[in-house]
Design a binder for this molecule. Sequence first.
Ligand code: GLY
Length: 462
Amino acid sequence: MFDKNTYIERRHRLQAQLDSGLILLMGNHESPMNFTDNAYRFRQDSHFLYFFGLDSPGLAGLIDIDEQTTTIFGDELTLDHIVWMGPQPTLAERARRTGVNDTTPYGELEGKLREALNKGRTVHFLPPYRAENRILLSQWMDIPINSVKSRASASLIKAVVSLVSIKSPEEVVEMEKAVNITRAMHLAAMRRARPGILEAELAGIVEGIALAANGQLAYPAILTVNGQTLHNHYHGNTLKEGQLVLGDFGAETSTHYAGDITRTFPVSKTFNTRQKEIYKIVLDTEVACIEALRPGITYKEVHLDAARTITEGLKALGLMKGDTEEAVQAGAHALFFPHGLGHMLGMDVHDMEGLGEDYVGYGDELERSSQFGLKSLRLARTLKPGFVLTVEPGIYFIPELIDRWQEERKHWEFINYEKVQQYRNFSGVRIEDNVLITEAGHQVLGKPIPKTIKEVEAERQA
Ligand code: GLY
C-alpha cells in the first residue's frame, strides 16, 4: 500500500465533494469456491483499496462527514484463525497504516447505520457487485435486495469517479509495473507459440508470469486462435500453421493495478499476405488513435476516427465500398469492428465500471448511442490529464454476424459481401496499448512491446 497520507488525502477530497451524511465503503469478503474454508483467491474491492489501502477481507470504512470521523469496522482474529493462518496484525495496527485511529467490531456497523437512518441522515454507499455485500446492505438498511443497486448514492458515485479517474504519479508508477509484467507475458506467448501446442499451454505460461511477479491476472486471459470471438476464454484448441493467435491479457500487480494489452501474431513464423493486409489496417488505426490523444478531445471522436481509418482500409481491400463518412455514420464498419475503442484502466481492468459504465465513460456530457458497435463504446467523454485508458481497435470476421447481415441485406451499399465471405475463416486482429493522458498529450505506458509486422515476426523467430 502507499503511505498513509495518500489515503488520508483521498478521504479528505472525497468528503469535500459531499455535503453531509455518512459515507460507507464496503470491503469484500472471502468468497467460497465450494466450502467456506476453500475460498477463491481474495480480491479486495478496488474503491475500498483506493480510500483505505487495506487488503484483507471482512472490513468496511465509515466516514461521518458531519462529525469528521472515520472508523474501520472489522473483527480481530481469534486464536483458531491464527492457528489456521498464522499471526496477523491487529485491526488497530492495520487501521493505523491508513491513518485511521478508530476501529469497531464489524457487528456494530449495522447499529451505527440504523441509528443514522433513524435520525434522517443520509448514508451514501456505492452499488455492490458482489452478492455478499448486496445482502448485507439490504439487511442493514431495510432495502429490498433487488433495489440495493438503484438506491446507491449518485453523488458518491460521481465523487469517486472524479477522483479515481485522475491517476497520481505514484499510481502511474504502479501501472507502468503492471504493463511491464504484461509485456513479459506477451513476449513469452510470442516466443513459446508453435504448431501443435494447446492454447492452454500458452495461457498457463502467461498466467505463471503474472503469479511469479507476486500478482495475478487482471482478468481471465483471452488467448485464442479464434480471435473473432471478442472475449474468448476457451483454451482447448491446438495451434496450427497459418492461424493467428490473439492474446488479450494483463497482469495485476501486488498493489492491484492492471495492465491490459493485446497483440496478435501468426502461428507460422511470418504473417501471410492476407493477414498482413488486415493487420496493417489495425496497426495504422491504433497508432493514429494514440497519436490523436490529448486533453480536450472526446474519446468518441477518436473512436469515430478509428472507424473511418478501418473503413478506408477495408475499402482499399474491396471489402467495403461507398462514402466513408456515410458508412461510419450508418454503423456499417461495425460488421468488422463491433466494439468500442477502449475503456478506463486502473485497479479494475474496466476501471470503475462496477459503479455504472455511463458514470465513468459519459458523465453528464454525452448520451450513449444505441447503434450496434457505437453502443459498446465504454469511454466517450472528454479526456483529461491523468486518465489512463486502453486503445484497442480490431478487425474481426465473425461468420454468424456476416451471414445474418448478408441475409438482411444490411448496409448493402457499404459492404461487399461476396468478398467478405472469402474471409469468413480469417478470425480477428486486435492491437491494444495502455495510455496515460498528460498535459502535453499522452504517454504510452511501459516498455515497447513488439507491434509492427517486422517486430512481431522478429519475436516469433527469436
Ligand atoms: N481486455 C479485456 C477487456 O477489455 O475486457
